[in-house]
Design a protein around this ligand. Structure first.
Ligand code: ADP
Length: 453
């Protein structure tokens, strides 16, 4: 029994060893092709796309091997196509960039781009030429481009910084007389526009475009000089004419009706000329900075109340209804009441002049922040949309008023805007043809001290 057990034990052991050897051989033959396939896939990368079938096991692994080889061939085609595409797009972008740069450099106006902090990122050739600076890129714009003006921006900030802060365009106005202080300390008259650079709603920086307007400023100056000179020269003969007409008027009673009419017409024409001359002199003086506002604390409620008396009289004569609104609480601020009254008179007389009989004219005073707002509204002929941007220009009269029989020289609003800007306020309007107009004066609580050029 013992020898039988031993024999069985030995046979069992031998069978076990055989089974182990067989198992190892079987596993190797199964995993070998898989391992080879894994190695091949791992080597797959650009420049190594060419795979060849290497498994000949005749089972699923061989099938898998073929699929991998096919996949690699397709990847190769796709990759090469992609590479070609990227190359051509990069070329296109480079060409576009070169073209954009050439355009930027070719523009005769100075163009600067700044980042959110106001650091100059790009500057074209004209910007360097106009500022006379050696280099602008990398410098803070407020320091590199010293913009001087008769009038500061409302916040007192550099226009570009104000544009970054408000995220709105900031433009130089005509009356601002902006100039930049060049590197050689000379002042160069310019007009400028700072525009925020927004991508979606995210602020990336701003663009400043400025132009040399030396010639225009000179022509403007010469024009003003001429107007001022001519009006001074015309004053004396006109005064004489007026005086003699007065003399004749005393004897008018004895004249025949026809002559009396001529005399009246002559007097009206002379009056009109005197008014025009006064307006011209006013505008010239304002432009030469001959008139400086004198700041005083003013009871604005009283000023508007006084104006209301005039408005009511004018409206009655013109067959209009007048409506006046003044807050119960007294409104006072620091301004120049003489200059402000000129503006109010202009706006009120325009409202009455351009509203047909039966219409309405309103004068409203209200607080606005720490300052005040005065509105003059009428139900008149309004200002045609296409002409609105020229309303404040010297001598401008809209088409629809030129066909009406109204007196005017197109200076009133120009003078009014110059005055209001001198007072540190704003004068704006809203109007539609045939629907009347609303002019809005906004005044700060205090007269701002000006920064001189
Ligand atoms: P004017 O002496 O011609 O009234 P202004 O400078 O006061 O000159 O006004 C310029 C022009 O603006 C006017 O000729 C007119 O075309 C237009 N305008 C001004 N105010 C009004 C208004 N209230 N309604 C319609 N048009 C107006």
């Amino acid at each position: 029994v013992r020898s039988l057990a031993l024999a069985l034990f030995a046979v069992g052991g031998a069978l076990l060893a055989l089974a182990a050897v067989l198992a190892v051989l079987l596993a190797r033959s199964l995993t070998g092709p898989l391992r080879a396939l894994t190695g091949k896939v791992e080597r797959l990368r650009p420049e190594h796309w060419d795979l060849r079938p290497s498994v000949g096991s005749g089972d699923e692994v061989e099938l898998l091997d073929r699929v991998v080889v096919d996949l690699a061939a397709r990847l190769k085609v796709l990759y090469e196509h992609l590479e070609e595409e990227v190359r051509s797009r990069t070329d296109e972008l480079a060409k576009q960039y070169a073209l954009d740069r050439a355009v930027l450099q070719g523009i005769d106006a100075g163009v600067l781009s700044v980042d959110k902090e106001g650091m100059i990122r790009q500057a074209n050739a004209a910007a360097l030429r106009l500022t006379g600076a050696e280099g602008l890129v990398g410098r803070p714009v407020a320091e590199a481009l010293d913009i001087r003006s008769h009038r500061q921006t409302s916040s007192g900030l550099h226009p570009v910084l104000q544009c970054l802060k408000s995220r709105k365009p900031v433009r130089s106005s005509h009356s601002m007389h902006a100039a930049i202080l060049r590197a050689d300390q000379a002042l160069l008259p310019v007009t400028f526009t700072a525009t925020p650079l927004l991508v979606g709603r995210i602020l990336q920086g701003a663009i400043l475009v400025f132009q040399d307007v030396t010639e225009e400023r000179q022509v403007d100056y010469m024009k003003s000089e001429f107007i001022s000179l001519a009006s001074h020269q015309l004053r004396t003969p006109l005064s004489a004419l007026r005086w003699y007409l007065e003399l004749f008027s005393e004897e008018a009673e004895a004249m025949p009706d026809e002559k009396k009419e001529y005399l009246t017409e002559m007097r009206t024409s002379v009056e009109r000329m005197v008014n025009l001359l006064n307006a011209l002199l006013h505008s010239a003086k304002l432009e030469e900075r001959g008139i400086e506002p004198e700041a005083r604390t003013v009871d604005l409620s009283q000023v508007v109340r006084d104006m209301a008396v005039e408005l009511r009289e004018l409206s009655r004569a013109a067959g209009l209804r007048a409506e006046v609104s003044i807050p119960a609480k007294k409104l006072s601020l620091e301004t120049d009441v003489t200059l402000l009254s000129i503006v109010l008179q202009n706006l009120v007389s325009n409202a009455v002049k351009y509203a047909p009989r039966g219409g309405k004219v309103e004068l409203r005073l209200a607080a606005h922040g720490k300052g005040a707002e005065i509105r003059v509204t009428d139900t008149g002929i309004g200002i045609p949309a296409g002409e609105q941007e020229r309303v404040f220009q010297k001598f401008f009269r809209a088409k629809n008023v030129r066909t009406l029989d109204t007196d005017g020289n197109g200076l009133g609003l120009h003078i009014s805007l110059t005055i209001i800007e001198k007072l540190g306020g704003s004068l704006t309007f809203k109007s539609a043809e045939g629907k009347g107009a609303t002019f809005v004066i906004r005044l700060p609580a205090h007269l701002k001290r000006k920064r001189r050029a």
